[in-house]
Design a protein. Structure first.
Length: 237
């Protein structure tokens, strides 16, 4: 897998989705299917996007007891997507169970989806974590600890802000994947995101992959914006 720019396809209306994907018919891109689209369309959307030749990050952020997450992952693994995720806050046993569930469900000869752990959402900042979640440690430290735990649990990588990538790479090694949302162009509205960087900064910080949603999907010409952000991402260093 090359270091991808993953487009977050956060739409549920068929027309909006088709309008966004239409210009990419001739390209092979990496698409993130999140809760909004998956809850609307179900597993058939995965089949459709795969038929168009795209790679898929199925972002359902599982977070439940180990048994439930493991069995859910066995079901999801049959979709043969490229990336899936859980919340690291579910703990080591839950993450191990997720991985075992994925291995169990992956068809013979197929390849197991890479499994990522969400550390602290990029919509979280230090103040919110301290005051609402009652986690009093430093945010970067918490993210790094969650990344270490995910690695010990046999996961392939984490989702974090690019801001934490240098320390994650140091602690978990360069093979451990870092997928980083919270990506904006300098002129974009940050909206609900808190830990935000540009594609170029994400590359400089060492992210393996970036996730971009509204900066592309909300642009007047999403295809052109994708090309521009991809160029910034690929030439960032
Ligand atoms: O797991 C994710 O993909 C994710 C984790 C996280 O910490 N922050 C985060 O924004 N995301 C997802 O990344 C996408 C970011 O969208 P934009 O803010 O529109 O670029 C959304 O689909 C989020 O669900």
């Amino acid at each position: 897998m090359q270091r991808p720019l993953i487009i977050a396809l956060d739409v549920h209306q068929k027309e909006a989705r088709e309008r966004l994907l239409e210009p990419f018919k001739k390209d092979s891109i990496f698409v993130k299917v999140g809760m909004e689209l998956y809850y609307q369309e179900g597993p058939r959307i995965i089949e459709q996007i795969k038929q168009d030749g795209h790679q898929i990050f199925l972002d359902l952020k599982l977070h439940d007891i180990p048994n439930t997450v493991g069995k859910a992952m066995t079901v999801l693994s049959r979709l043969e997507v490229d990336l899936v995720n859980v919340h690291a806050a579910g703990g080591q046993k839950m993450m191990e169970s997720a991985r075992e569930g994925l291995e169990k469900g992956t068809p013979a000869g197929g390849s197991r989806p890479k499994l990522l752990a969400v550390t602290q959402l990029t919509s979280t900042d230090q103040q919110m974590m301290t005051e609402e979640l009652l986690i009093e440690k430093n945010l970067t430290h918490v993210v790094t600890q969650y990344a270490s735990l995910a690695k010990r649990s046999g996961l392939d990588g984490v989702v974090s802000s690019a801001l934490e990538v240098p320390i994650i790479n140091e602690v978990c090694g360069p093979e451990f994947l870092t997928v980083t949302p919270g990506i904006r162009q300098t002129s974009d509205a940050v909206e609900d995101q808190k830990r935000v960087v540009t594609p170029k900064q994400a590359r400089e910080l060492g992210s393996w992959g970036i996730v971009v949603g509204r900066s592309i999907t909300g642009a007047s010409d999403p295809y052109k914006m994708y090309q521009q952000m991809k160029k910034d991402w690929e030439e960032g260093k």
